[in-house]
Design a protein. Structure first.
Length: 506
């Protein structure tokens, strides 16, 4: 991303030079300087199609737009070849103030420039397109397997040393990405899970995920109305009924995606075993973000889930409020008494009609799902705040408290919801830290490394608690090694794991 920084510096210089023109006499005759703000604006605008969504560039974009508007007379004079020297009448105070603002904005843009390259991983990544004819849906699948070593075939890279037919097989993880950002925001995260010893498959669906990424890296966005429904569900889904209804649609769509993929894995074993070299699909872990995590909780709570998909060993729900269990307030039907006069009857009818237009608030919770497989609930440090815990995370803690099967809840203090993804790496501006916070938080991969460690430790715990899963016919399971770290992680246990064994997941 260093070339992006060069473009930002160049734009800042183009915006800076016209500010000096009134005060440096040799610049007075350089009429071409009036076009520099236009060139700077063109560079910044071109950044977005070339590098994607770059939120840290918006202040510089806004400044360039204002600079072009302020220079409109000079630009018109240059086009019409009319001499224009009103620039010398500018206020020194205003110019100095503009310089200070420009320097601050440019410094802000450069400070939040992503350090690593944000392009998608390609080494060891395989892409497949899947069609779901029943829904007329197209899924772009990305599989993060072992990186091929030079001079060795893929099969040789997977073979366990000194073993004839007893090769060690990696566990398989299906990762359901967040709808916003989708697989593009989980790319490095999936790569980190791969380094922990898991083969990871994620996907994006065209017309649903924003953006959907095909095998060539092309992006497919959403229409404006779908964007609106998506953000309404994210922002107000736990508070208002209409937003909640949009959130329930997201969870239902994710449920259909999960069922489709699990069914394909179960019914097309030969195909997937050839694609997932060195990986067993007899041991599947499911990780879901947002609506995907809620969909996993809802699906795994059905009585026949483990019967239909016996290979599923555990699920991880990351920042996943369950909107489908929430309902809006019930309003009493207002009816006028039989002996009421015409005016009172009319007033009562009009009042009831008007009340129907008032937005309904969420105030009811239906039956909670009870997952039939072990669950790891991953929530951000926000969940440790009592106020947020009783609002955004209420359904998460209710499901966790009501779980009868193995359940563990983990939160990394100081983390924010977006920290459990690639956002700190690719969009540092969204992870601004307050003064006085742990300096380690400013490392772009700090929370990602701890999150993937918690997930891999959870998968290792499943194999330790259930030793009959370790051996498969003709192969042995390569259990992910536990990662030990000294940070304080908030852990709660529930259901069948209602104990606190020191270090059992950390």
């Amino acid at each position: 991303m260093q070339e992006l920084g060069i473009l930002e510096i160049l734009s800042g210089i183009f915006l800076f030079l016209p500010l000096l023109r009134p005060y440096i006499k040799p610049l007075w005759d350089l009429e071409g300087l009036v076009w520099l703000p236009v060139m700077a604006l063109g560079i910044i605008v071109a950044v977005f199609p070339a590098y994607g969504f770059r939120p840290e560039c918006f202040p510089l974009l806004l400044y360039a737009i204002v600079a072009v508007i302020r220079s409109r007379r000079s630009i018109i004079a240059s086009i019409t070849r009319v001499r224009h020297d009103d620039f010398r009448e500018g206020s020194p105070v205003l110019a100095g103030f503009s310089v200070i603002i420009l320097i601050g904005i440019t410094a802000f843009t450069l400070y939040f420039l992503p350090l690593p390259d944000t392009i998608l991983l390609t080494r060891g990544v395989r892409t497949i397109n899947l069609q779901d004819p029943s829904r007329k849906a197209e899924l772009f699948v990305r599989i993060y397997g072992l990186e091929e070593e030079s001079g060795a075939s893929s099969a040789e890279a997977q073979r366990a040393p000194g073993s004839g037919g007893g090769a060690e097989m990696r566990p398989f993880m299906l990762l359901i990405p967040p709808v916003t950002g989708s697989a593009g925001l989980m790319d490095r995260f999936c790569g980190s899970l791969r380094e922990r010893g898991l083969t990871v498959m994620t996907y994006s669906r065209r017309g649903f995920d924003c953006p959907a990424l095909d095998g060539e890296g092309l992006q497919f966005g959403l229409s404006a109305d779908k964007w609106f429904r998506l953000f309404r569900a994210m922002l107000r889904g736990t508070v208002m009924e209409k937003a909640n209804a949009a959130g329930r649609v997201l969870e239902e769509e994710r449920k259909q995606d999960i069922v489709f993929l699990l069914t394909r894995l179960r019914d097309n074993r030969g195909f997937w075993q050839s694609v997932l070299t060195g990986t067993t699909i007899d041991h599947i872990f499911l990780t879901g973000y947002g609506a995907g995590g809620a969909a996993l909780l809802l699906l795994s709570g059905s009585p026949d889930f483990t019967v239909q998909y016996p290979a599923v060993r555990g699920i991880i729900a990351v920042e996943s409020p369950v909107l489908s269990v929430l309902r809006g307030e019930e309003r009493p039907i207002s009816a006028a008494p039989r002996d009421a006069g015409w005016f009172r009857s009319l007033w009562t009818g009009l009042s009831g009609w008007a009340a129907g237009f008032r937005p309904k608030k969420i105030n009811t919770m239906t039956a909670l799902p009870d997952p039939k497989v072990p669950v790891l609930f991953l929530v951000s440090g926000w969940a440790l705040d009592l106020q947020r815990r009783s609002k955004r995370y209420e359904t998460v803690f209710r499901v966790f408290d009501a779980a009868t099967g193995p359940a563990v809840l983990a939160a990394i203090p100081g983390s924010q919801p977006q920290d459990y993804s690639d956002i700190p790496l690719k969009y540092p501006v969204f992870s601004i830290r307050l003064p006085g916070e742990n300096p380690a938080f400013r490392q772009s991969d700090y929370f990602m490394r701890r999150t993937t460690a918690l997930i891999s430790n959870f998968t290792a715990l499943i194999f330790e608690e259930m030793p009959d899963f370790r051996e498969s016919p003709g192969s042995r399971i390569s259990i992910p090694p536990k990662i030990l770290f000294n940070d304080t992680i908030h852990i709660e246990t529930g259901g069948a794991w209602n104990y606190q064994k020191k270090g059992y997941i950390l």
